[in-house]
Write a protein that binds this ligand. Structure first.
Ligand code: MG
Ligand code: MG
Length: 269
């Protein structure tokens, strides 16, 4: 039984370049987060993020992604029961919504990818719990990446964390390796199956860079595609949340490449 996933390992120099892309993605999320309020349209948020990427010389990664229709925006914006891949547009956010914003860019040929889910005004305690669980399970995964040897062990503990809080992990969509392309091997599920452990598991070794992106549903884990060919929604109409970071394993441990700048860092101009 071997580890079959083919993984590109990155040098410290390459990880430093990916951190620059990650800082631009973080900056885009700050722009978006500041706009989230009742009365704003998802299309307005997307336009502001696109302008930010252009200003920073970054290439948006989502626009034009092939599908039945090419993805038309630089962010996926998914509201309430929408899980992922929502298309920004005229929809107006209202008090009590939860809105997932997912975006990525490349800078000097290296990619970053990150998602956050925001409350719009005051949300129900159930929705608050869903957001806390989903951001919490991402933080758990980051911590465990420095303590476990294989992804299957991290994924198993992620699924337990979510189940213990009464929610369900979406299984139709998974995280991914990331580097010169947004989507590279390996696949990075937020749950573990015997098939994954047998056929697709990978080691958490120095130089690994992956996008970890738990999607958590309040009710059923099942999702369905809407007629726009992109938006994925929960089958039961209950809300869903999504958080994502691009994370490298360095000799110092896990480093979140899409986190806020630390002392001495700034978003590339
Ligand atoms: Mg993403
Ligand atoms: Mg991703």
């Amino acid at each position: 039984m071997g580890v079959l996933a083919v993984v590109n390992l990155r040098s410290p120099r390459e990880i430093a370049l990916m951190r620059r892309a990650g800082l631009v993605v973080w900056g885009a999320h700050e722009i978006a987060a500041a706009m989230v309020r009742p009365g704003v349209s998802t299309g307005e948020i997307d336009a502001a993020v696109e302008a930010f990427f252009v200003q920073r010389g970054a290439v948006p990664l989502f626009k034009g992604v092939p599908g039945k229709v090419p993805f038309p925006a630089v962010c996926c914006i998914s509201v309430n029961d929408e899980v992922v891949h929502g298309i920004p547009g005229p929809r107006i956010l209202v008090e009590g919504d939860i809105v997932s914003i997912d975006t990525g860019c490349s800078l000097a040929g290296w990619c970053g990818d990150s998602a956050r889910t925001h409350p719009v005004g005051t949300v129900s305690s159930g929705a608050r719990g869903l957001l806390d669980c989903t951001s919490g399970v991402l933080e758990l995964a980051i911590e465990l990446m420095g303590k476990r040897n294989r992804w299957s062990d991290v994924a198993t503990e992620m699924a337990t964390y979510v189940r213990d809080r009464g929610f369900s992990v979406v299984e139709n969509f998974v995280g991914h390796g990331i580097g010169k392309k947004m989507h590279e091997d390996p696949q990075v599920p937020n749950f573990c199956s015997p098939s994954f452990r047998r056929n697709y598991d990978f080691e958490l070794e120095t130089g690994l860079v992956i996008a970890v992106e738990p999607m958590v549903n309040m009710g059923s884990k099942k999702v369905r595609a809407l007629a726009d060919h992109w938006t994925q929604s929960t089958v039961d109409g209950q809300p869903s949340a999504h958080f994502e970071h691009t994370i490298a394993i360095t000799s110092q441990g896990p480093e979140v490449l899409t986190r806020a700048p630390s002392d001495g860092e700034s978003v590339p101009a």
